[in-house]
Design a protein around this ligand. Structure first.
Ligand SMILES: Nc1ncnc2c1ncn2[C@@H]1O[C@H](COP(=O)(O)OP(=O)(O)OP(=O)(O)O)[C@@H](O)[C@H]1O
Ligand SMILES: [Mg+2]
Length: 181
């Protein structure tokens, strides 16, 4: 696989407009993210931040939006591009409940998602341990049922899931919720 240069554009958004029925929620938004860059979207509640992430993560029907959008070098408007885009991106939703199994342990959660990316269990476990350590998830919780973890610990598990397949791009929707006071 080709390694990315700092000049490579990983996300390109030009004149993005999103409508739900008659209500326009994203107005002519443009930005670019190059390899190695971290950018943040700021705006009041309801400004459209999650909606923009939904466009970029192939979760919003093309009938709701228009504009020139590329993730890596692919257009999420075309459903045939979705598998390739999704294999190159990680996604941590605003409400971590959206990607967690509460009756399973953090380790089992991560292994479950890893298997959908074709990772072998042993490999997934090794990467998960490394991610859990980096994310400060206490080791005595790794095998507990997720519902017994604190809000911040659950959010960190959600971040580990977003990183398990070592994606080129990571989309974090409100990543500091319950983590930073
Ligand atoms: N599926 C939908 N159908 C209709 N309206 C929607 C839909 N999804 C979002 N909206 C509306 O679009 C607007 C933008 O919502 P969005 O979730 O993108 O905001 P946000 O900037 O992420 O807000 P927050 O900071 O509260 O998370 C809101 O007014 C919301 O009610
Ligand atoms: Mg939001």
């Amino acid at each position: 696989m080709k390694s990315e240069n700092i000049t490579d554009v990983m996300v390109n958004v030009e004149n993005l407009n999103v409508k739900f029925g008659d209500k326009q929620v994203v107005h002519d938004v443009s930005f670019q993210v190059k390899s190695g860059e971290i950018i943040g979207l700021f705006g009041i509640s309801g400004a459209g931040k999650t909606t923009i992430i939904r466009v970029l993560t192939c979760q919003l029907n093309k009938k709701n939006w228009n504009g020139n959008v590329k993730v890596t070098d692919l257009n999420p408007a075309q459903s045939r591009n979705h598998p390739k885009i999704l294999s190159n991106i990680g996604y941590v939703p605003q409400l971590e409940g959206l990607n967690l199994y509460y009756e399973l342990s953090p380790m089992a959660n991560v292994e479950t998602f890893a298997s959908t990316y074709g990772l072998k269990k042993k490999n997934a476990k090794e990467i998960a341990k490394e991610l859990f350590s980096i994310l400060d998830i206490p080791e005595d919780t790794w095998k507990k049922r997720l519902k017994k973890l604190s809000g911040g610990e659950k959010k960190r598990v959600s971040v580990a899931i977003g990183l398990i397949h070592q994606p080129k791009i990571l989309f974090l929707d409100e990543p500091t919720t319950s983590i930073l006071a």
